[in-house]
Design a protein around this ligand. Structure first.
Ligand code: HEM
Length: 444
């Protein structure tokens, strides 16, 4: 059953490759192994993000609306610098305040949840919707905004994982809300963007990427704890140092980026026989890199970080400092630690589902409030139910992913969002005169 699911996933990869038409080279590989990984990833010519690759049409499709102003997909230039500075401003603040906000957002959501079977990503999304709203607006999140943010972020990540199609109507509802509220944002927003672009920037970076990444990261760490009771018990003591090890080990084994890609802007000479031409698509595989240089790399072992330094190990959960790293590399771990403490203060977790990096199951898990007990017979029944349902879901989901993935690849290719955008104006990387109208309520 699981083998069949794997085959369907491999077939999906082939369809993507075929339709996008890019010839990509993945690192580390047999010739250029982990010892060359950071150097190649950091190469100054390896910084292109969108222009010149068929793959970009698909990413832009998934990240709509406003993929052209999403920081991840902007090419280097003054506009990128302006946007990157704004992101850092919004993410800045004293650690205590940022952690306290995460505790409050987690408590607010968990106050309405008495325990039971959940999908961890779904449980966490409203938490990070509230959190990111407060980062941006510096006030607590109204319920209406929380629902709109969750609706949007969930739609993006569901489409990205090919477990559902994209629904522009859901996304555009948040765009309209943010457009009405733009004047209430107390931060200095990127001046090189029009008001409509500023709305898309906030929507893409904070109400999609930030919410999705934090929710997925938390789903992974909570599921890892649910499957390693002895680690869960130690983590429940709330020691920051140990929690950091737990997070590092979770992000080592289940990095949120499977592959980060770059489009080369100039030639890169790798050795006397190999020069990559400009326009090559380079794929940097996080799981492959994270699996090298460790003893028993498949084992989930937070204690390994007692003797290792994240800086020196093959460990890049937030990317590479020299080449557009994650701007939340400081905020994310401290916010996640605070949220984790709040969850563990209230619940014991248990789960028997398969823990994979892309986690399309959204992490089914049982949360039992402290002070309540589940009889051994009932616990055995729940664990069996979770395992059996998970295996069945995996089979039908892999067919759904193949079908929907193929449909979206073709639709994205037909729309050619990135291709058209760059074809319209060669100066697009530094200035972008888009019309200032808001999107219609539904474009599909
Ligand atoms: C656990 C949480 C997170 C993880 C593990 C993570 C991981 C990463 C990684 C690996 C990259 C670099 C990918 C590459 O080289 O192409 C990245 C980029 C990025 N991340 Fe995060 N991220 C997280 C949370 C966030 C949050 C909270 C934000 C909020 C704004 C954010 C915004 C971004 C942006 C804008 C980029 C693109 C940077 C650029 O190209 O300049 N991430 N993230």
């Amino acid at each position: 059953m699981v083998k069949l699911a794997d085959q369907v996933v491999a077939l999906r990869g082939k369809v993507f490759e075929l339709v996008n038409g890019d010839s990509a080279i993945t690192f580390p590989n047999e010739r250029f192994g982990p010892e060359r990984f950071r150097e190649i990833y950091s190469h100054p010519a390896a910084r292109g993000r969108s222009e010149g690759a068929g793959l970009s049409d698909l990413f832009w499709y998934w990240l709509s609306p406003g993929p052209e102003v999403h920081q991840e997909h902007l090419e280097d230039g003054p506009r990128y610098d302006d946007v990157a500075r704004a992101t850092l401003r919004i993410l800045s603040g004293p650690s205590d305040r940022l952690a306290d906000m995460a505790t409050r957002a987690t408590a607010a959501v968990l106050d309405g949840f008495g325990g039971g079977l959940v999908r961890l990503r779904d449980l966490m999304m409203p938490v990070w919707a509230e959190y990111c709203y407060e980062l941006v607006f510096q006030e607590s999140c109204p319920r209406e905004a929380r629902d709109l943010i969750v609706g949007h972020a969930n739609d993006v990540v569901t489409a990205l994982k090919c477990t559902g199609l994209r629904h522009m109507g859901r996304r555009n509802r948040l765009t309209r809300y943010l457009a009405q509220r733009l004047g209430d944002v107390p931060h200095e927003l990127p001046a090189s963007l029009s008001p409509r672009e500023q709305v898309h920037y906030l929507q893409g970076t904070f109400f999609n990427t930030a919410v999705v990444q934090l929710s997925e990261g938390m789903a992974h760490v909570l599921l890892a704890l649910a499957q390693h009771p002895e680690v869960q018990e130690r983590a429940s003591e709330g020691d920051d140092r140990y929690l950091s090890h737990v997070l590092d080990e979770t992000m080592r084994l289940y990095p949120l980026f499977g592959i980060a890609h770059r489009i080369t802007k100039g030639e890169i000479t790798l050795d006397e026989d190999t020069t990559l031409p400009a326009g090559s698509v380079l794929c940097f595989s996080y799981p492959a890199y994270h699996a090298t240089g460790y003893e028993d790399p498949e084992r989930f072992d937070p204690d390994r970080w007692e003797a290792l330094s994240a800086k020196d190990a093959h460990h890049i959960p937030f990317g590479i400092a020299a080449n557009r790293p994650c701007p939340a590399w400081r905020l994310a771990p401290l916010a996640m630690r605070a949220s984790l403490k709040e969850v563990l203060r209230r619940f014991t977790l248990d789960s028997t589902v398969e823990h994979t990096r892309s986690l399309p199951s959204r992490g089914p898990c049982l949360l039992v409030p402290h002070g309540e007990s589940v009889s051994p017979t009932r616990m055995r029944a729940i664990r069996t139910f979770l395992r059996v349902r998970d295996r069945w879901e995996e089979v039908w989901r892999s067919f759904v992913q193949l079908g929907l993935g193929t449909w979206m690849v073709l639709d994205a290719r037909h729309r050619r969002l990135a291709g058209r955008y760059f074809a319209e104006s060669p100066e697009r990387t530094s200035s972008c005169p888009l019309p200032n109208s808001l999107p219609p309520s539904s474009s599909r």
